[in-house]
Design a protein around this ligand. Sequence first.
Ligand code: SF4
Ligand code: SF4
Ligand code: SF4
Length: 426
Amino acid sequence: MKNTIPQYFHVLAKPTGAICNLDCKYCFFLSKEMLYPGSRFRMADKLLEEYIKQMIDSQETNEVFISWQGGEPTLMGIDFFKRSIELEEKYRKPGMTISHTMQTNGILIDDEWCEFFKKNNYLIGLSIDGTKELHDFYRVDKGGHGSFDKVIRAANLMDKHKVDFNLLTTVHAHNVDYPLEIYRFFRDEMKARFIQFIPIVERDNDTGFQEGNEVTDRSVSAEKWGNFLIKIYDEWVRRDVGEVYVQMFDAALASWYGVDPAMCIFVEKCGKALALEHNGDLYCCDHFVEPKYLLGNILENSMSELVNSEKQIKFGNDKLETLPDYCMKCEVRFACHGECPKNRFINTPDGEPGLNYLCEGYMKFFKHIDYSMKFMVQKLKADQAPSDIVNHYAKLDKEYTQAKRNYPCYCGSGKKFKNCHGSSFL
Ligand code: SF4
Ligand code: SF4
Ligand code: SF4
């Protein structure tokens, strides 16, 4: 049976295509410029109108997200985004809420941008990779200079104007060994309340596509990625639950609770997170802006048609259908689902292809958080605060650290506490 139009889908629109004012060394998107030789890389007004109209028409829900990404979207200038608001008002249906998000490197953010964001309730994703030294290592401008000071300036301006923003942090070979330095810097010095971590898994090839099974030396290893998450989780669960929101931990809590998390990488199928290029080309996903994954152009075919095309449905279903047996039998599959297909290029221990490169890290992380996730779900189901876990851990840690370090760990693993949940701080 042919699927119907999804009730909801999400599009990341790239009004400047791959064009950016930074030159981050791990950027997977700058090479996409080669897909459009000779282009001016600016979304035309006609396309902007068509995009807004179709986005509003095609959603079956009363909430529509207009999401801008890059390259660097602010390079379009503020008038482009003011025009998009006018067009939303022109096409908005009665009772419809339109939410706006933008992912930016922060370089061009000033008071005028902040006033615009605040007035129109934008949620901003600000990219920052940690403290100055960690950030500036890869996130450099075209002259090779670090961008940290400008990012902090942007964060301060957004604070001043009370703009809602998340920190988006890519985790790579250079910062993966500093989880607590990064987390504490965000929490204590930047006063951040919403944080997202994104692992860098960068394929080493000349095409810039998701091909080959070698990774660059900027990429994280699976083991270090798992340890990075565990270190931050262990601090978060002991003091910050309900105060600081780490997207990956929220996603895990949703999975343990039995509902789909808001992160596409941790749901069973793909297909509802697409990417729109500056000229109207619609691709299966932001991570697959490649000729093979081009669905069509929204000036020629409607977005609903393209989202509902066999090609996109197959792309979505493949996430589940190509999952190796090893994942099918995995005890944490309900939370992992083999993560993003772009990272599935290694073999399972018994030689089956298609295992996620980060598997080892995710397996360790999800097993590690099982005990506390179950506790928080129990609280939620009893209409109590999941943040009760903080006091619960305070008692457990005291008891086990003082008298029961050689006892079997409270999580039920059968290992001694000092070798299990106590190992990171004893
Ligand atoms: S800011 Fe984003 S788009 Fe620009 S170079 Fe860096 S990673 Fe790439
Ligand atoms: S390919 Fe990856 S990023 Fe794209 S929709 Fe699927 S899980 Fe999400
Ligand atoms: S943890 Fe590994 S084996 Fe389990 S579902 Fe994820 S990728 Fe597959």
